[in-house]
Design a protein around this ligand. Structure first.
Ligand code: GLN
Length: 492
C-alpha cells in the first residue's frame, strides 16, 4: 500500500487488527517518508528507526495473538521535551544535546504500554520558550504548507511532522499555547487538557504551574484516541488529579451542538493585531456551528489586556527556578576548562542556553528577587486569580468560549520579531494556561497565501470530551481537517 499515511487512527487500528497490513509495514512506510521528506521539513531531531522496527515487530506479535489494544502498532512522534529512556532528550537546547534520560516520561511509558511505536523525537523551541520553533539549537523547522514559513511553536516539530504525514499523531506540550498555536499554523487539531489531566512526570519543566501535555493530530477523533492513552492520574506527579478519565472516543458524539451556547468575547475580536482574514475564517466557522444549532452569545472577558504581562512574569519566574538545575555539574553541557566552580556555572549556562532562554531566566530572576517579589510576582499571581474568575463568571452563561488560536497565520522563517511582538502573538492562548482550563484548536480554512487558520474553543474544567465532541461534529460537516499540504502528498 502506498497511501498508508492517509489513513486516520481508526482506519489504521482497523487495518492492523484485521491484518490488512502489519505494524512493520506501516512503520517502514513512515520511516521511508521521514528519510525522504524530512530533509525538507526538518521536523525530527532524532529518528529512532531501529527501535521503532523492534517495537513494530513486538506489536505485530501481540496483534497476531489477537489480544492487542486499540492503538497497538500505530506509530507516533514525541516532542523532544518528553524523557525517553535510552534515547536523547534535548528540549531543543545545546545544554541537553548529550542528555540521555535513564527513565521514560509517564506519557511515553503509557504510549509504549498501549503498543504505540515511537518514530522519534521532534523539534521544538528551546525549553518550549517561543512561538516559531526557531529558537531550537537544532535549527528551524518548515511549515508543510509553505516551507519558508514557521510551523509555530513551541511544539512546531510535532505539528510539522503530522501535517507532512511524517507521523500520524504526535505529543505536544502547552504552557501558553504551544499545542494550539502550532496546530493552528499547520492546519491540525490539538488539545490542551485541563491542568492535571495529563502527567507532567518526565516532561522537562518550563513553568510547572502552566505546563500540560496533550495530543496533536489531524482530527478530533485522532486526538481522542491518543487522549485515551495519555490522560489519567499519576502518583509520580503531585499536581496530577485523581479523577476518573472519560472515554474520549466513545464520547465523540455525546455533546449536542444543537442548543450549545458559544461565548464570543467582545474584547477578543477587537484586538488591533487580529488579521482580517483570520477573523473572517473564524467567523465563518462560528456561522457553521450556528447552522448546526449552536447559539452565539456575546460575553465580556475584561482582563484580556492583562494576559500577556501576567504570563510573561509568572512563566519566566517559574522557568528561572526550574532551569537552575542545569549547572554543568550533574548532566548536560559543561564548558571547557573551568577555572573554578563559579566559572563552571557561568560559562556552562552562558554557552549552553540560547538568547530567549537567557532573557527569560533574567526576567524571572528579577521578578523573584527580594526587592521586586511583591511588586511583580505576587501582583501577577493576584491578577492570575482575577483572570480565572473572569472565565468562571463567563461559564455561568455559556458552555464554551470561541476565539482565534492566534491573531495571524504562520510567520516567515527569519521574520525576526522583537520579543514583545512575539509575545503579543500569544494573546489568545495564555489565559487558558493561567486559569488551568482545557482548550482545543480546529482548522477552519486558509488565508490568501494558503496558510491555515485555526478556531480555538475554550471549555470549563474537565470538558475535554465536550471540546473533542464539538470539533468532531464540526469536522463531520466540513472538510478542512482533511486538506493536505503538497509536501504531504509526496510519495517516498
Ligand atoms: N509562546 C509562548 C511562550 O513563548 C508559549 C510557549 C508554550 O506554550 N510552551 O512562552
Amino acid at each position: 500500500m502506498t497511501d498508508l499515511h492517509r489513513l486516520t487512527i481508526r482506519e489504521l487500528s482497523e487495518g492492523l487488527q484485521q491484518a490488512q497490513f502489519s505494524s512493520r509495514e506501516l512503520t517502514e512506510h513512515y520511516l521511508k517518508r521521514i528519510a525522504k521528506i524530512d530533509t525538507k521539513v526538518k521536523s525530527y531531531v532524532t529518528v529512532t528507526a531501529e527501535q521503532a522496527l523492534a517495537e513494530a515487530d513486538a506489536a505485530d506479535a501481540v496483534l497476531k495473538a489477537g489480544n492487542a489494544s486499540v492503538l497497538a502498532g500505530i506509530p507516533l512522534a514525541h516532542k523532544d521535551i518528553f524523557c525517553t529512556k535510552g534515547i536523547k532528550t534535548t528540549a531543543g537546547s545545546k545544554i541537553l544535546d548529550n542528555f540521555i534520560s535513564p527513565y521514560d516520561a509517564t506519557v511515553v511509558a503509557k504510549a509504549k504500554a498501549a503498543g504505540l511505536v515511537t518514530l522519534g523525537k521532534v523539534n521544538m523551541d528551546e525549553f518550549a520558550m517561543g512561538s516559531t520553533s526557531e529558537s531550537s539549537y537544532f535549527g528551524a523547522t518548515g511549515n508543510p504548507w509553505a516551507l519558508d514559513h514557521v510551523p509555530g511553536g513551541s511544539s512546531g516539530g510535532s505539528a510539522a511532522a503530522v501535517a507532512a504525514d511524517l507521523a500520524p499523531i504526535a505529543t505536544g506540550t502547552d504552557t501558553g499555547g504551544s499545542i494550539r498555536q502550532p496546530a493552528s499554523f499547520c492546519g491540525l487539531t490539538g488539545l490542551k487538557p485541563t491542568y492535571g489531566r495529563v502527567s507532567r512526570f518526565g516532561m522537562i519543566a518550563y513553568a510547572s504551574s502552566l505546563d500540560q501535555g496533550g495530543p496533536m493530530a489531524r482530527s478530533a477523533e485522532d486526538c481522542a484516541y491518543l487522549m485515551n492513552v495519555i490522560a489519567g492520574h499519576d502518583a509520580k506527579d503531585s499536581t496530577s488529579i485523581n479523577k476518573e478519565v472519560d472515554d474520549y472516543v466513545a464520547n465523540l458524539n455525546a455533546t449536542s451542538v444543537k442548543g450549545l451556547r458559544i461565548g464570543i468575547p467582545k474584547q477578543y475580536f477587537n484586538v488591533s493585531g487580529l488579521d482580517a482574514e483570520v477573523k473572517a475564517r473564524v467567523e465563518e466557522s462560528l456561522k457553521k456551528l450556528e447552522e448546526m444549532g449552536a447559539s452565539l452569545v456575546e460575553i465580556d472577558l475584561n482582563m484580556t489586556e492583562a494576559y500577556v504581562p501576567t504570563y510573561y512574569l509568572i512563566a519566566p519566574a517559574e522557568a528561572s527556578s526550574n532551569l537552575s538545575r542545569f549547572d554543568g555539574v550533574r548532566y548536560g553541557y559543561r564548558c571547557e576548562n573551568p577555572v573554578d566552580l563559579m566559572d563552571l556555572y557561568k560559562r556552562s549556562r552562558s554557552e549552553g542556553f540560547g538568547a530567549e532562554v537567557q532573557r527569560r531566566i533574567l526576567i524571572g530572576t528579577y521578578a523573584l528577587s527580594a526587592g521586586y517579589y511583591d511588586a511583580y510576582y505576587v501582583k501577577a499571581q493576584k491578577v492570575r486569580r482575577l483572570i480565572q474568575q473572569d472565565f468562571l463568571k463567563a461559564f455561568e452563561n455559556v458552555d464554551v468560549i470561541a476565539a482565534p488560536s492566534a491573531p495571524t497565520t504562520a510567520y516567515k522563517i527569519g521574520a525576526n520579531l522583537s520579543p514583545t511582538e512575539m509575545y503579543l502573538g500569544d494573546i489568545y492562548t495564555l489565559a487558558v494556561n493561567l486559569a488551568g482550563l482545557p482548550a482545543i484548536n480546529a482548522p477552519v480554512g486558509f488565508d490568501q497565501e494558503s496558510l491555515p487558520v485555526g478556531l480555538q474553543l475554550i471549555g470549563n474544567y474537565w470538558s475535554e470530551s465536550q471540546l473533542l465532541s464539538i470539533v468532531h461534529q464540526y469536522q463531520q460537516n466540513t472538510d478542512w481537517h482533511t486538506k493536505r499540504a503538497s509536501v504531504a502528498e509526496e510519495t517516498a
